[in-house]
Write a protein that binds this ligand. Structure first.
Ligand code: MG
Length: 214
């Protein structure tokens, strides 16, 4: 009987994700699930991305964190519709939380919905939230070994952003290791080298986003 219960919970989660995707499709919104470790620069990337997409494309953001509204406050003044979701002890966003967030955003008024997942390299990868694509961030200060150590996160990615590349020289970063590890598990997703600080690589990221609208 216990096995049935677990199956039901998973099936309910997948059904909710499908409902979310249907709502987004009906509104013509492209949803991007953004995942990474804490501190990789998800919020900072969004703070540069939202103004760069305006005025042609309008954005909504669901921000997941265990506690605080700091990320929503950081993104609040940029003209996007921002909803903070506090998960308490939850190490990832759930489709049900995303459904609640969707109720608080006027989907007719946006083109992109960014779902900033809880900073975590393990749990978020296991949950379909109803997004269309997944963007995974890896920052230079985290080191070169994370693709090999956390393959499930990178396997599920449609785009991979190596962030904070302005620190590459100072940290003697070997991007070849990252590319080699990725070649074993995900040859589909582009690896973009970006710095929200210097603006490097942002054009490639924005072009990739525009490509998802088509
Ligand atoms: Mg954040």
């Amino acid at each position: 009987m216990k096995i049935d219960v677990v199956k039901n919970v998973l099936a309910a989660s997948e059904a909710q994700a499908d409902l979310n995707r249907r709502r987004l499709n009906e509104a013509g919104v492209v949803a991007i699930n953004i995942m990474s470790a804490p501190g990789s620069g998800k919020t900072t990337l969004l703070a540069k991305t939202i103004p760069a997409l305006a005025p042609d494309s309008r954005c909504g953001v669901l921000v997941g964190d265990l506690q605080t509204t700091r990320d929503a406050e950081q993104l609040g003044g940029l003209g996007a519709a921002v909803v903070q979701i506090n998960t308490g002890r939850g190490c990832h966003l759930s489709p049900a939380e995303v459904a609640e967030g969707l109720k608080r955003i006027d989907l007719a008024g946006i083109d992109f919905l960014f779902i900033e997942n809880v900073g975590n390299m393990v749990c978020p990868a296991a949950f379909d939230l109803g997004e269309h694509v997944r963007a995974v961030l890896l920052s230079v200060p985290e080191g070169e070994d994370k693709v090999a150590k956390y393959p499930t996160l990178f396997q599920a990615a449609d785009a991979i952003l190596l962030t904070k590349v302005d620190l590459m020289e100072a940290l003697n970063y070997n991007v070849a290791t990252v590319r080699e590890d990725l070649s074993r598990i995900n040859t589909r997703a582009p690896l973009m080298e970006v710095s929200a600080q210097s603006g490097a690589g942002m054009d490639e990221w924005l072009a990739w986003l525009h490509g998802r609208l088509a």
